[in-house]
Design a protein around this ligand. Sequence first.
Ligand SMILES: NC(=O)c1ccc[n+]([C@@H]2O[C@H](COP(=O)([O-])OP(=O)(O)OC[C@H]3O[C@@H](n4cnc5c(N)ncnc54)[C@H](OP(=O)(O)O)[C@@H]3O)[C@@H](O)[C@H]2O)c1
Length: 377
Amino acid sequence: MAESNSTNSEDKSKVPSVMRAAQQTGFGNVREVLKLSDDVHVPYELEPKQVLVQVYAASINPIDWKTLNGNLSLITRFSFPHIPGKDVAGIVVATGLHAERFCIGDGVYGNLGMSDGSYAEYVRVDESLLSKKPNNITMEEAAAIPLACGTSYQALFNKVSPPLGRQSKILILGGSTATGLYALQLAKATGAFVTVTSSQRNFNLLESLGFSLVHGKPNPDADEKQLHVIDYNEKDFGRELKGEDYDVVYDCVGGRQQWVSAKQVLKRNGQFITIVGDDPKTVLSLKSIISFSSKLIGRKFLSFFGCSHYNYVFHTHEPKSSDLDEIRTKYIETKKVRPLIDTIFDWKKDGIEALYSLYEKSKSGKAQGKLVLRIAD
Ligand SMILES: NC(=O)c1ccc[n+]([C@@H]2O[C@H](COP(=O)([O-])OP(=O)(O)OC[C@H]3O[C@@H](n4cnc5c(N)ncnc54)[C@H](OP(=O)(O)O)[C@@H]3O)[C@@H](O)[C@H]2O)c1
């Protein structure tokens, strides 16, 4: 049994000294570099402001497979073996001496940023990254929220100016992506007129949120339960919405064409906010980082000096418990926003195959909602 004299724990005998965890042993293909191990040390030694969480559920995000092959190693700087996983929901089982936000036994959820990963039975986390778990949803649903919902929350509520409201018009590119599904619910909650792009395959998914889908010309007087949709396989949104003067285009798909077409539908000084940029696969070599940075600077330069009529914003998520607190109290517990889950994989039942399926489905770009890993019942 590992112990630390800097830790408060109700009953240390309940926390084992070793755990099951996924370990990435190097960069490469998921089936080559990701393993499940049963003898990983439980990170019991806590800094004063850290807590130890027993993980019940974790969810995957594209960043997990984008970082697997080393293309983002300039940013991630992993040392191996590395435990992947960013989103977590679980129960606090030990607290550092000066941790004060949570008590042992509290349900919590959060995004771990670049620290220890959540594909493990226990994870050590700075308490500032966690928020109380919403009380009206399961652990699996809670794990489906932090990064995807947090990203859209920050993009729509911190980056959009003036704030979204009844008079606003927003176009969400990729309405059926996990980030887009949260974005459309958050935007609808402000009273804004919302249009999304989606393939027909996902119309049922959008309807499952309680919206009736409207096609054709946008009608900003539409009912709040109506959602304006453009099937991106059938129609080019740039041509379809040309001159419609949207205040914001929020891009969850990526690729240069989204930006090019968005300029046709944005009003003067409208905002294009992308969370992906020009390269949806984010195969980041030094060359592509330099190329993307110069395009970004160019687009921002043109926006700033008024040579362009639009503001280009590249948004990256910053883990923040205050945002998760707001998401919980204002949107999840009031049922204005619901997490949608594609599949829950269970590693107790399916072992390492559960993890492989999680990565492969996310990488396919075909997920219909969040992909979740159940770790404890
Ligand atoms: N900057 C940040 O901090 C940040 C944070 C989170 C995510 N991201 C990035 O945001 C992107 C989306 O992530 P996610 O987890 O939300 O995605 P996701 O849930 O994995 O997206 C899957 C969905 O995308 C739809 N889709 C694929 N191509 C599309 C297109 N051209 N137009 C419209 N929809 C399309 C698919 O539907 P169909 O098969 O029907 O097309 C599928 O339902 C990723 O690139 C991710 O890395 C960035």
